[in-house]
Design a protein around this ligand. Sequence first.
Ligand code: F6P
Length: 517
Amino acid sequence: MEKERFNRLIEEKLGNINLIVVSNREPTVHEFSGKKIKTTRSVGGLTIALEPIMQNLHGTWIAYGSGSADKAAADDSGKIKLPEGEELYTLKRIFLTKDDINGYYYGYSNSILWPLCHIVYRQPVFDPHYFEVYERVNKKFADSIIEEINNTGPSKDAGINNAEQSKYTENIKINNIKQSKNTVVWLQDYHLALCAKYIKEYDNAIKTSIFWHIPWPNPEVFTICPEKKELLDGLLSNDLIGFQIIYYCQNFLRTCEWELEARINWADYTVTYKGHVTKVMPFQISVDAKNINDIAMSKGVNDIAENIKNNDIIEPSYEYLALSVDRLDYTKGIIEKFKAIDRFLEKYSKFQGKFVFLQLGVISRTLIEAYKRFNDQVLNLAEDINWKYKTGDWYPIVQFYKQLDFQTYITYYKICDVMIVSPLQDGMNLVAKEYVMSNVDYKGMLVLSRFAGSAKELKDAVLVNPFSVECFADAINEALIMNIREKERRTVKMQNIIMENNIYDWAYNFLTALCMI
Ligand code: F6P
């Protein structure tokens, strides 16, 4: 649906909802650059998807303030209106300590939940301290949400005694039980699995939901998690839990069946636990399809395309350009892709000297040992492959790990001949959808991993099992030699599918499902 229709429907059907979105990652980061403050838009599927929704609903977005100038750029309560100059929604920042970040973000979220949920054969690091910090930080987020709902009145240390404080808190609670009817809390992702529990303990009437952006594993895998009961208990405090695809919903329900004495209703996908009913539903996240399409057809993109020919990111000359855009992460299948490129050049040797693969992206989570090792592996493997094939000024793999602006990414999507999105496991992968919407001249073709959530919708891509080097190499060849009519036929089909379920449909479906509970 178009964003105007989204706004109208939200207003007609949901009235004036007070939407509070909560995520770890903030949409905009402020960093000191000398004495000046530099503003950067965050990368990553979650923030890119939610930003247009927040701009339209004018809600409050609570997130961790990670930038060096985040405090300086915000007011005393950590708030700032965004986007700068337009002021369409409020970002409320939470500030965390180094210990918080180490235990909650690098520790529990990304050394335990991330490998556990993605099942890519990296053993989670079950350090009990991580969970203590994860609980503490989830409580901090919950306190900030409750404070936002209350929004008025002195805090505990504002000079009133305990008796006054509890009377005051009671009054606030009464007011808020009325207020909370319109307040909708929408938590995002695996960083915040426990948050709903604390919110409900404060006021059971606050509608609370979570969208889990990453996969949910099968119960056989989840069972090894020492804190499995606490995580499920926290998640089941929500009124609605959204997953990307039905398969993850089924995994979650089976997990609840295995691990808890909970009643599962398989007919309507609900879990009754400790007297509370939680609805579980799939919602395939998407992109602002029309906006991407418009950018891809704009003059700005054509100008950037001209510059790309002359810039120094791609040094070797080429006839065929293959592209990937990934966060450097072991779930993204980068090693498997490099091996497939090696095999492709061996098997389809006529492409040697003519084919260049460009890996764009950003370095990520580098304080975690598994990421450090992975980054080294990626660099070493690319170097080996480049040494194996290089002749004159040509070599096949070019890597560039620095964030570019959105228009530039769209330009690369538009000019490449093959786009490779090959995660070993991925909740959705919005890069695949961005690419399809940018392929306005049907110049290229998407090679897509069967294990990305987006493969359930984008069935007309060249689908691939990234674990099979041979099939992967063949898929690259198939996409490269595909004739333009076939590329057009498949791309138009995929573009229609994305247009029919864009980011506004995703948000509308989620919010209406929540408000109907
Ligand atoms: O896939 C889950 C997700 O939260 C994405 O939205 C995003 O691409 C990524 O993880 C962000 O990771 P981080 O915030 O750790 O950089």
